[in-house]
Design a protein around this ligand. Structure first.
Ligand SMILES: [Zn+2]
Length: 135
């Protein structure tokens, strides 16, 4: 289904299918890569970050967002800065709130729809491990 807030870029079907096979083979769905577009978006974001760092003045992007997390029955304010989330209540990047935002796929999807994208892969894996240690 086409989204009107997205642009659609074509890639060869064979490449897309190969990505999907790798996603399935390595069970990458558990790490936020459900579809080939998740992988492609991640690569594009990394490329863009690299370009921003290289050319012109460095752009420091800082997002503040408030999430109403059902699990905690309250609204919590977070800051996203340089690929990490700081919980404004605990002033921590590794408290239960920040780690929940990192690892809850529904929350991540909600953030993504609001234009906030958290990295996948190793960083997500590390956050999942930290959360397991807290539980
Ligand atoms: Zn917190």
């Amino acid at each position: 289904m086409a989204r009107d807030d997205w642009d659609y870029i074509q890639i060869p079907k064979a490449v897309s299918e190969q990505i999907q096979r790798e996603i399935d083979r390595q069970h990458l769905k558990d790490y936020g890569y459900a579809k080939p577009k998740d992988v492609v978006l991640d690569i594009i974001r990394k490329w863009l970050e690299n370009q921003i760092g290289k050319s012109g003045p460095h752009v420091v992007e800082k997002h503040t967002f408030t999430m109403n997390i059902k699990k905690f029955k309250k609204k919590i304010k977070f800051t996203l800065f340089q690929e990490d989330i700081t919980c404004q209540e605990c002033k921590s990047t590794d408290c239960i709130h920040a780690l929940t935002v990192w690892t809850d796929m529904d929350i991540r999807k909600e953030l993504e729809e609001g234009g906030i994208n958290l990295p996948n892969g190793d960083k997500l894996k590390k956050k999942q491990e930290l959360l397991e240690m807290l539980n």
